[in-house]
Write a protein that binds this ligand. Structure first.
Ligand code: NAP
Length: 532
């Protein structure tokens, strides 16, 4: 019989979301425990330690906003922070707010069952304790289940195999090695220049070429930092009002590219290419909405790739032909330049697909490769992967996996019908991955905290999303995605990267109007939720 520990709330995950949730609920005087499978805090930034791992949101924006003292005392060294610095920051936050005593590390949640009689969750882990609590809050992250590709013989490779999202904690030294890397998404695009720097030879296996914009990273300008810090709350407020909560869209140009002349287009794109970052997509107002407009931006980027990569055949293979911005735009430092190095090769899997892994390397249809190490930069079972790996059951024993077998169904991305008192921070159906994640996380955490206080003050025991409001919300999430170009490619937003995963557009395209909707729901007595 498992020992029982009772709490008001169990939070799963000690990343950016779980730590802030813990902080807020403790401030409300609730008994809270955080269960974390790793042996340290950090979530995404604990696991993704691959060479070159770096945030694609500027460091003065990618940080908590809830404490003015915290944002004044912390100094970032670069425009875009690297993984080690972000992890140090998260550790600092855990320390500063004395959070660690409430976290149980090396504790992986395996199942959670809602006990209808007692209105409480029973949470079981790899340990011997059963955690009993009124509320269960999933702060499990959107990109936290590594996608290990289904390739014949993958277990037979005798060299070193790595996944970017589960990188070892000891330094990996590729010196003198032949290395293969599978994938050309954001992780690979960051890792490739760094691995190429170290190894004897690098072969990149590309299935779909990707658009990437220069990050233009560098040391953080101290005057700029001082100016932002002098009015940090206003800076935050301004960014929260931007699409995706990203400050770069403050300078978005409200003109159609179709109405611009060729010199105007070049000037606007080039200006943003030199500045670097996601602001490129704000060059004109229709780039993510209209295919003809989008293709003009895409052709500009293809032109840049052709200018950068000296071998025209390699350049053509690297040129994407899909919609730009449909998959998450990548930001890079010298990614395309890396293909000019004599020891770096590109294999086009569209004409030479991988057949299997062998003991010594990769066998493609037309050629065979031998490696000391293979890096899988093959992404994640995004947004639902980690939630569905936990055996979660709600009312009448219904399993979450059953309830979501046609794709995730939530109301506001916060709760799902049939599963009372379980909240998802940045769940499917909320803007999450389409925003500066920390801003979305804070908004969810604060909403959940308010909801719990509301329940306390009204002596409610349970809260649950109503089925009707959930159906309407799922339709709304799909309808607004369909007004954009997002559904036009095989992205992980749609679950298209995982064989057999239902194809449903998972995030909500609509920050900041989403926040207004959440506020409206609260103002109308938590419209769409039922309490008992
Ligand atoms: P990803 O964008 O899903 O890219 C995975 C890559 O692996 C794709 O090129 C994919 O090809 C390829 N791939 C997957 N399975 C394969 C197979 N069986 N055979 C051959 N190729 C295969 O994953 P990611 O690069 O880890 O990035 C995921 C997300 O994490 C990003 O979109 C971003 O949101 C976040 N991220 C952010 C940063 C940052 O802040 N700078 C850095 C890294 C990641 P296909 O395209 O053909 O499927």
């Amino acid at each position: 019989m498992n020992r029982r520990k009772k709490f008001d709330a169990v939070v799963v995950g000690a990343g950016i979301a779980g730590l802030y949730m813990l902080h807020r609920l403790r401030e409300c005087g609730l008994a809270v425990v955080v269960l974390e499978r790793a042996d340290g805090v950090g979530g995404t930034w604990y696991w993704n330690r691959y060479p070159g791992a770096r945030c694609d949101v500027e460091s003065l924006e990618y940080s908590y906003t809830f404490s003015e003292e915290l944002q004044q005392e912390w100094s970032w060294s670069e425009r875009y922070a690297g993984q080690p610095e972000i992890l140090r920051y998260i550790e600092h936050v855990a320390d500063r707010f004395d959070l660690e005593p409430h976290i149980e590390f090396n504790t992986e949640v395996e199942s959670a069952r809602f006990d209808e009689q007692e209105s409480q969750w029973l949470v079981r882990t790899n340990g011997s304790v059963c955690y009993v609590s009124q509320f269960l809050i999933m702060a499990t992250g959107c990109l936290s289940s590594a996608n290990i590709p289904v390739i014949e013989g993958i277990e037979s490779f005798k060299g070193n195999a790595y996944h970017t999202g589960k990188w070892p904690h000891e330094p990996v030294d590729f010196s003198g090695q032949s290395v293969g890397i599978v994938g050309t998404g954001s992780s690979a695009i960051q890792a490739i220049p760094h691995i190429a720097d170290q190894c004897k030879s690098l072969t990149v296996f590309q299935r779909t070429p990707n658009y990437s914009i220069p990050a233009r990273n560098g040391s953080l300008d101290l005057d700029y930092e001082a100016r932002i810090k002098a009015r940090y709350p206003q800076f935050r407020q301004r960014n929260r009002a931007m699409p995706a909560a990203l400050g770069c869209f403050h300078a978005a140009n409200n003109q159609s590219v179709l109405d611009a002349t060729e010199p105007e287009r070049r000037r606007e794109f080039s200006k943003r290419w030199e500045i670097g970052g996601f602001g490129f997509l704000g060059a004109f107002n229709d780039l993510t909405l209209n295919l003809d407009a989008n293709d003009i931006a895409a052709e500009y980027v293809r032109g840049r790739i052709r200018e950068t990569v000296s071998d025209p055949r390699v350049a053509e293979t690297l040129c994407p032909d899909s919609t730009i911005g449909c998959k998450r735009l990548c930001l890079d430092t010298e990614y395309f330049e890396t293909y000019n190095l004599p020891h770096v090769d590109l294999v086009d899997l569209r004409t030479n697909p991988i057949e299997r892994l062998t003991g010594s390397g990769i066998q493609c249809a037309k050629s065979q490769f031998e490696f000391d190490s293979i890096v899988f930069a093959t992404g994640f079972d995004a947004m639902t992967g980690t939630l569905l790996r936990i055996d979660i059951s709600g009312r009448q024993g219904t399993r979450l996996e059953q309830a979501w077998n046609e794709g995730p169904k939530t109301y506001l991305g916060l709760m799902t019908h049939g599963f009372p008192n379980i909240f998802f921070i940045s769940g499917p159906g909320s803007p999450s991955v389409l925003t500066n994640m920390i801003i979305s996380i804070e908004q969810h955490v604060e909403w959940i905290e308010r909801c719990l206080s509301y329940m306390q003050s009204h002596s409610y025991t349970t809260v649950e999303a109503e089925e009707e409001s959930q159906v309407a919300w799922v339709e709304h999430v799909n309808a607004i995605a369909d007004k954009t170009l997002y559904p036009t490619c095989n992205s992980w937003y749609l679950g298209a990267n995982i064989p057999g995963k239902p194809r449903v557009f998972m995030p909500h395209v609509g920050f900041p109007s989403y926040v207004e909707k959440c506020e409206h729901v609260v103002a109308n007595g938590y419209e769409g939720f039922s309490f008992a």
